[in-house]
Design a protein around this ligand. Structure first.
Ligand code: DI6
Ligand code: FE
Length: 396
């Protein structure tokens, strides 16, 4: 057993509040779980003791929505958008997701691993301890599998990885008919699942992607396999995606700028987490704000994530997302931190992390700071001192 003591703990215990313990301690057992959390003065005796010297401690960050594995980059589209073309126009003209699909298909597993490793290390360096990675730039059986294998291999960097099958991301060029492609995407899933490559199933429900009826076919397949679902919903328009996802008791609906009251209600009733993605909102210069007040009133848990991808959100900074969630969406710093910890974990169906309370995993971050609000107030900074994954130090 190891005792960490003398820290300023933001435990996030309970449903709201920082759960601050000014001079706090945590006892970690041999399995990397928190055995006890409380005041340093009341801490149990332990064989090993680490002094935190008053540093700020929060739960480890959970980045619950990324597209981290891909080939190439899309900085050219950044320029195109600056010259007035929209994200949807670029996509319809064969750029966007499809251009990353071409680059990803042309990359070997080793190449994909090398580029994804650099990105994962950047997230880890800002305190990420749990990382979700989606497929969706392969859009054929082989490349989707290759992406998911690479995602799994990122775990060797010292981060807990969750993988999501997102074959229903865009229509690949070899298919003329979206329904035919959906049938193929449904067919590939069981083998990937048998290989242990899939933790959840996602889709992109949008006028430039797939209809609710097509998404429902993907979700039916997931449900038959016992896999939970999530959805890229109402990012560019209200397609009724959130209502559909909620009817499958989706873990999360993500983006949600165009979410309406019916979708909010359905999510609240299903316990579906709202994952807001300020990086994509910012980079696409979106002006429609996600309905934060409605989500709060309905009691929908709100997570935030980087949505790292080469097109709409090429960021590797979860801390910047906290700041943007506050400045752009008017979330509170506490909501932003909960969004990147306990609610991010919920969006992945994980209940064993995201709060510093006994019984949870000992995944935590030690920061050079006094109050947790500082993490959201500053931007372009990285005050991480140490990152601990399941009780193991030296991962930062
Ligand atoms: N929405 C997103 O933000 C990512 N996928 C999606 O459906 C972006 C994908 C990309 O532009 O490459
Ligand atoms: Fe996304």
């Amino acid at each position: 057993m190891k005792l960490w003591r003398g820290g300023r703990l933001a435990t996030l215990a309970g449903e709201q509040g920082w759960g601050l313990i000014a001079d706090g301690a945590m006892l970690v057992d041999g399995d990397g779980m928190l055995q006890w959390v409380g005041q340093s003065a009341e801490a149990p005796v332990a064989d090993e003791v680490a002094e935190l010297h008053g540093a700020l401690v929060t739960p480890g960050l959970v980045d619950c929505h990324t597209h981290l594995v891909y080939g190439g980059n899309r900085a050219n589209e950044f320029e195109q958008r600056l010259h007035g073309q929209s994200y949807a126009e670029i996509a319809r003209a064969g750029g966007g997701i499809k251009s990353t699909v071409a680059a990803t298909r042309g990359a070997t597993e080793a190449e994909l691993l090398a580029s994804a490793t650099k990105r994962a290390l950047a997230l880890i360096a800002e305190g990420v301890t749990t990382l979700e990675v989606k497929s969706g730039y392969g859009l054929d059986a082989d490349t989707e599998a290759r992406m998911l294998r690479v995602a799994r291999r990122l775990a060797s960097l010292g981060v807990d990885v969750r993988t999501t099958y997102l074959a229903a991301h865009a229509l690949p060029p070899e298919f003329a008919d979206a329904d035919d492609y959906i049938a193929a995407a449904c067919q590939w899933l069981p083998a990937l699942h048998r290989e242990g490559l899939v933790d959840a199933v996602d889709a992109f429900c949008e006028h430039i992607a797939f209809s609710p009826a097509q998404v429902a076919r993907v979700f039916d397949t997931a449900q038959r396999l016992g896999l939970p679902v999530k959805l890229h919903a109402e990012q560019l328009s209200d397609q009724g995606g959130a209502r559909l996802a909620a009817s499958y008791r989706a873990l999360s609906c993500d983006h949600l700028e165009y979410l309406g009251p019916a979708g909010i209600q359905a999510m609240a009733e299903a316990g579906t987490v709202a994952v807001l993605l300020p990086g994509a909102f910012y980079a696409l210069r979106e002006t429609q704000l996600p309905p934060l007040e409605g989500l709060r009133e309905a009691g929908v848990p709100i997570a935030i994530a980087t949505d790292h991808n080469p097109g709409s959100s090429p960021t590797l900074s979860p801390l910047l997302m906290m700041n943007m969630a506050c400045v752009l969406f008017r979330m509170t710093p506490e909501e932003a931190l909960r969004g990147l910890t306990v609610n991010g974990a919920r969006a992945l169906g994980l209940r064993d992390r995201g709060q510093l309370v006994a019984g949870q995993r000992a995944d935590f971050c030690v920061w050079d700071g006094g109050h947790p609000r500082e993490l959201a107030a500053c931007f372009g900074h990285n005050p991480l001192v140490e990152r601990v994954l399941k009780g193991n130090q030296g991962e930062a």
